[in-house]
Design a protein around this ligand. Structure first.
Ligand code: ADE
Length: 937
């Protein structure tokens, strides 16, 4: 019977009294399908041997799981050969039942899951070997994991089978949904557990479509979308409409228009009405026109005015209709005739005794687009002539490259009252843009200041006592070519002057440097190093009394820093035993450091290989000058240096377990949560110290942490040269820096903004490395994808089995804004609280999807797992419905439950009641201390 007292079918065996049992049960042939690795979930009960009298020696409490892969089902009647089957595992029960349980009708059901694989053939059999236990096999579930087909960021991703190797992800490209187009290539990674991770890139809805429920839907009539992107369809602007679906633009209503440069979201407009109230005022030589703007601007702001002029000859000899012609080019308009933004203009240079008619036209950006009537206002004036043009022919007498000499003849019998002549001229090519004029009393002039090889237009008029006469007709003359010899002379002069000037300057500068230069250089360098040192020192000392870190680069002479911060060791005291690795500068060895009267100390010795350059020696010893300033149990201790003999050496304490990343990989899954938190604490202590004295590490990562025989972790690897050159993880950024991208905070990658807060980000990554036993952060994603995904808000998910509180802490270290990250002493306080309350580490992550992927998604309060997850984690899954039916849906709601509440919701077994209540108590503690810690988790 099952827990609900329903009969179930089981396979049972119970030959516990007889020795040497070897009983087999085999499944039918199971097709592999797409699986590369299958999971077998077994549910079974097992009798406690101690509860059966007289069976010690024969009764067993385990059974074995085997499998056999084949491409075909075995032919019927094939003899069973156990040797064909490969063993998967020996299965033991968490719970065995006794006679009393039988009496109480208590079912102690065990659930065990095993991985089988790699499976490569078309199918396989499972087989169970009993060696003398009393077992009932209740169910066998065989399954494999796949990332289910899904839609993300408007891209569809197919059903994908994960890689066999659980540390590598399958990169899957998505295909944009219908009516969407790619922005950045949409990608997802399929994780080993069938979870989709790291969404990258995206598609956006095409023009005429908008996003709805993960798809791109056509815009409805009356709406439009002119650009691809994740924006909604917009309502058609005023005076426009769309009648069909998926409109990319709305068409203007009749009589309304859109200018070429008008954006699609602008209302349709129409030409303006005519300017109003046009008036003209005439003085001696000028006409002023003024008007008021049209009553309807057409809905636009780009209203301008044009002045159109017509000259009509009223002296028509035939007495016929006056001949009219455009006259804008004969007159001068101030400021100009076309494109006026104001509502007035002055007009000059009228000919005498002529009728002029002026039209003022209002135009805007859609004038000319199918308009029937022009928006005109007009006015007519007649000028009174003092006389016709007195000038006959205008001649060019001579011309140079920049001047023209002109002379002209007067008409026969010129009046005696000619005061002077006005010569008006302009470049033919630049006609109407600008012109010049000059006056002369004689009938000739030399016009200078002209451009070489350029055609000019000239006309001349006379001024009499009564006023100006009409202009002569226009005459065109050209200036001469430029004289090459003249130009060359000019250039030579400039060059000679410049060289003489440059030479004198050079002499003066050289003399000045000889006298002051070296002294200046020295003072500057001194000032630089003093200034830097004071800056470092004054920045951190004040209250703590902790010695501050001094950057060895601030020393003019780096040897001075080595002398100040390190101890010279006599090489005879060093006994090298083995080579343990290779560093940037040479081999790393282990050995002993002897001190007379004291016990030998195990040391690691970094050597500088022969044939080095002076700069390499400085870089090598730079790390010692840094390390020599530190004094903390979680920072690798410098014993001393050998600089006075060859080889140059740096001697540090020996750390038996080497680098933390490789150490964890070699001991996968072998530590308790408390041990791992202990390691994290050690790193946090070291980093708190470094932050306090003002040292920024820049390359904090598990590979740069060393572990001693008692699992104490110490921060090592100091000095930028390592970051730049030796760290295999460091890659060049677009700005040319070499940075370990996966460990580095975004502001440090982008702007080179390194700080203790960027070290905190790296600490979060190192935490993740520790909790995943040396997994590579972001797996095998490219550096580019890592940067992109961080920018898009993605963060590393919790490693399997990682206490939720620790993942929450990592997420805080990965806040985009560095000021929102905790500092190292806050991290330390938090870890200390976890260590004091080990039950807080019990809530672990088993399903990456129940946790936020980015710090922004984190709730304010740690209600981060469901009741179901919690009951699964304490193996009380059978009560999920009891809790939910009684209205307990959040962890918050159960945190106040008493044992009576537990009983009331239907948990009858005392053992189960106890297990549930003790877990609630530990949850309560966890909630409490997370709140206390001050973190908003
Ligand atoms: N490798 C580099 N430094 C080391 C040290 N101090 N102890 C052990 N292995 C090391």
């Amino acid at each position: 019977m099952d827990e609900q007292n329903r009969p179930i079918h089981t396979f049972q065996v119970c030959h516990v009294m007889e020795p040497n049992q070897n009983n087999w049960l085999r499944s039918g042939w199971i097709q592999r399908q797409a699986a590369q690795k299958v999971y077998v979930e077994l549910r079974f009960t097992l009798r406690d041997c101690n509860s059966i009298p007289w069976v010690s020696g024969t009764c067993k409490e385990t059974f074995n799981l085997f499998y056999l892969q084949t491409d075909e089902p075995l032919p019927l009647g094939t003899r069973f050969r156990s040797s064909d089957y490969a063993k998967v595992d020996t299965i033991a029960a968490d719970e065995s039942f006794t006679q009393t349980d039988l009496g109480d009708r208590v079912l102690r059901l065990n659930t065990e899951v095993r991985e089988v694989g790699p499976v490569t053939r078309k199918g396989f059999y499972l087989a169970f070997q009993d060696v003398g236990a009393c077992i009932a096999l209740v169910s066998v579930k065989v399954f494999y994991k796949r990332c289910p087909s899904t839609l993300r960021n408007l891209a569809a991703f197919p059903d994908t089978v994960p890689r066999l190797d659980s540390s590598s992800l399958v990169e899957v490209r998505g295909a944009c949904v219908e009516n969407a187009e790619e922005r950045d290539t949409p990608k997802l990674y399929c994780g080993a557990d069938g979870d989709w991770l790291v969404p990258l890139g995206r598609c956006v809805c095409s023009i005429g479509h908008e996003e709805m429920d993960g798809y791109c839907q056509a815009c409805q009539p009356g709406f439009y979308k002119a650009y691809a992107g994740n924006i909604k369809c917009s309502k058609c602007p005023l005076h426009s409409s769309s009648h069909d679906q998926a409109a990319t633009i709305c068409h203007c209503d009749k009589g309304y228009y859109r200018a070429i440069k008008d954006p699609s979201n602008m209302a349709c407009t129409r030409p303006p009405s005519a300017p109003r109230n046009l008036i003209s005022v005439v003085n001696d030589t000028a006409l002023f026109l003024q008007w008021t703007p049209p009553s309807d601007t057409g809905g636009r702001k780009d209203l301008t005015y044009n002045i159109l002029c017509q000259r009509c000859d009223s002296n028509n000899e035939d007495g016929g209709a006056p001949q009219c012609e455009p006259c804008e080019s004969d007159l001068r308009f101030i400021p100009r005739p076309l494109g006026l933004s104001g509502t007035s203009v002055a007009v000059l240079d009228f000919a005498m005794h002529t009728n002029y008619t002026f039209h003022v036209e209002a135009v805007n950006g859609v004038s000319g687009l199918g308009i029937a009537a022009r928006s005109l206002a007009n006015v007519t004036i007649t000028t009174h002539q003092t006389g016709p043009s007195l000038i006959g022919v205008v001649r060019k007498d001579w011309a140079t490259h920049n001047s023209i000499a002109l002379s002209w003849t007067e008409v026969e019998q010129p009046p005696s009252d000619i005061v002077d002549y006005e010569v008006k001229y302009y470049e033919k090519e630049q006609e109407q843009l600008s012109y010049s004029s000059t006056r002369t009393k004689a009938p000739s002039v030399v016009v200078s200041g002209l451009r070489p090889s350029t055609l000019y237009v000239f006309h001349v008029r006379a001024r009499t006592v009564a006023g100006h006469t009409a202009y002569s007709p226009k005459f065109e003359f050209e200036t001469a070519d430029e004289d090459p010899d003249m130009a060359d002379h000019g250039q030579v002069l400039v060059v000679v002057t410049a060289s003489v000037g440059g030479f004198s300057l050079l002499v003066i500068l050289t003399l000045f440097l000889l006298i002051t230069g070296r002294c200046q250089g020295y003072i500057k360098a001194r000032m630089k190093s003093e200034e830097k040192r004071t800056r470092f020192q004054s920045g951190h000392v004040p209250f703590s009394g902790i010695k501050t870190y001094v950057d060895p680069d601030t020393y003019e002479d780096p040897t001075q820093a080595v002398q100040e911060f390190t101890k010279e060791i006599d090489p005879s005291r060093i006994c090298i035993e083995r080579v343990i690795g290779a560093g940037e500068f040479g081999e790393v060895c282990s050995g002993l450091l002897r001190t007379p009267g004291k016990a030998d100390i195990a040391v690691a010795i970094k050597t500088l290989k022969g044939g080095y350059m002076e700069q390499q020696r400085r870089d090598f010893l730079r790390e010692a000058s840094i390390m020599g300033q530190f004094n903390n149990p979680n920072i690798i201790r410098l014993e001393g240096v050998v600089t006075k003999s060859r080889p140059v050496m740096i001697v540090v304490e020996y750390m038996e377990n080497g680098a933390l990343d490789s150490f964890l990989r070699a001991h996968d899954g072998q530590f308790t949560a408390i041990q791992l938190v202990g390691m994290l604490r050690g790193i946090a202590v070291g980093m708190t110290y470094l932050a306090d004295i003002g040292y920024i590490h820049r390359d904090l990562a598990a590979r740069n942490i060393l572990v001693d025989e008692s699992l104490i972790c110490k921060v090592s690897d100091f000095g930028m040269s390592r970051v730049l050159e030796d760290d295999p993880e460091a890659a060049y950024t677009t700005t040319g820096g070499k940075i370990p991208i996966r460990w580095t905070a975004p502001e440090a990658i982008t702007y080179g903004k390194f700080s203790s807060a960027s070290d905190v980000w790296s600490y979060g990554i190192a935490m993740w490395e520790v909790m995943s036993y040396g997994e590579r952060p972001y797996w095998e994603m490219s550096n580019q994808d890592v940067i992109l995904s961080i920018e898009e808000g993605y963060r590393l998910p919790a490693p399997m089995g990682c206490p939720v509180a620790l993942h929450q802490l990592m997420m805080h270290c990965w806040q985009k804004e560095r000021v929102q990250r905790p500092n190292f002493s806050e991290i330390l306080t938090f870890l200390d609280k976890l260590i004091r309350n080990p039950s807080s580490l019990l809530t672990v992550v088993n399903n990456v999807h129940s946790y936020p992927e980015s710090p922004e998604d984190m709730p304010d309060y740690p209600l981060f797992i469901s009741i179901g997850d919690w009951l699964d984690s304490i193996k009380m899954s059978q009560y999920k419905n009891n809790f939910l039916a009684a209205g307990y849906t959040t962890l918050d709601s159960i945190s106040t439950m008493s044992i009576d509440d537990i009983r009331r919701i239907g948990v009858c077994l005392i053992g189960h009641q106890r297990r549930i209540i003790s877990s609630i108590q530990s949850l309560r503690l966890q909630l409490h201390h997370i709140q206390q810690s001050g973190f908003q988790v």
